[in-house]
Design a protein around this ligand. Structure first.
Ligand code: IPD
Ligand code: CA
Ligand code: CA
Length: 259
């Protein structure tokens, strides 16, 4: 376990250094499937570094990483990597982004690390051992009243074509005078909910690399995560509702009402 943790830290911090070095400098930016869905040279450099460090120590492990996809082996361990979560922020010189790496064993996420190298904030969790921000234990908020809550969400790059209509859900919360933020990094949305800055987070259409580490961090901080029907969440599901637990049912009710 210690070797896994050491390698996780080494890889994520090396990637964080790359993100810090290139931030606000010149780098190549391309669009992916949709014009607004960006990938930069820095995403790729960060990914290369993380994978190199993992492969040096654990050449037999599986990898699932945003830009290169899946490298399949017989191992029961899979590293789930987002080399830069918040690429659109990064490309626009906004200092809200991170490196996010989760480790899955069998069907469970057993460790996760999310690191923002500019704010120097590091969120870590290991299954059954709690969640930490810069080595201090964190807990979700104690807010019970949805009207007093601060929520966060994100919008998929294909919002206009998404049959779930994410803007409608957003307007249902805003029209009830509940404040909602959109910070542009799903991994940080989960971590900031885990440490009580936000009380709840929902989003449509995320991928395993967006949520693997943050999912465990939120759970270990005492939070609750389900899909939009209230059923058990998996990082391979598209929809996520993550809260302090106390406002979970109230949020589910609003997501599932018609107005
Ligand atoms: C994105 C961010 C964003 C979320 C998008 C993700 P990326 O990840 O997490 O907050 O709304 O759905 O794709 O592209 O910056 O790694
Ligand atoms: Ca992402
Ligand atoms: Ca990314």
């Amino acid at each position: 376990m210690n070797e896994l943790k050491e390698t996780l830290y080494k890889a994520v911090y090396a990637a964080g250094d790359i993100l810090k070095t290139y931030f606000q400098k010149k780098f190549n930016i391309e669009s992916k499937d949709i014009i607004s869905n960006l990938v930069t040279e820095v995403d790729k450099r960060s990914e290369e570094k993380i994978i190199k460090i993992i492969k040096q120590k654990f050449p037999e492990h599986n990898i699932l990483s945003e830009e290169i996809g899946a490298v399949r082996t017989e191992s029961s361990i899979k590293w789930i990597i987002d080399p830069l979560d918040g690429t659109v922020n990064y490309a626009h010189k906004i200092p809200i982004f991170c490196v996010s790496v989760g480790i899955e064993q069998g069907n469970e996420i057993i460790m996760g690390l999310v690191y923002n190298p500019l704010s120097n904030e590091e969120f870590f969790a290991e299954k059954g051992k709690g969640a930490y921000l810069n080595k201090k234990k964190i807990k979700v908020s104690k807010e019970k009243n949805l009207k007093k809550s601060l929520l966060v969400t994100g919008f998929p790059y294909n919002t206009s074509k998404n049959p779930m209509d994410p803007v409608k859900t957003f307007s249902k919360f805003v029209n009830r005078d509940i404040p909602v933020r959109r910070i542009g990094s799903a991994a940080l949305d989960l971590c900031w909910t885990a440490c009580g800055r936000f009380d709840g987070f929902w989003e449509y259409n995320l991928n395993p690399w967006d949520t693997a580490a943050g999912y465990l961090i939120l759970k270990e901080a005492g939070g609750k995560i389900t899909d939009f029907t209230g059923k058990k969440y998996s990082v391979y599901l598209k929809e996520i509702l993550a809260t302090n637990g106390l406002i979970h049912k109230q949020m589910l009710r609003i997501i599932n009402t018609d107005d």
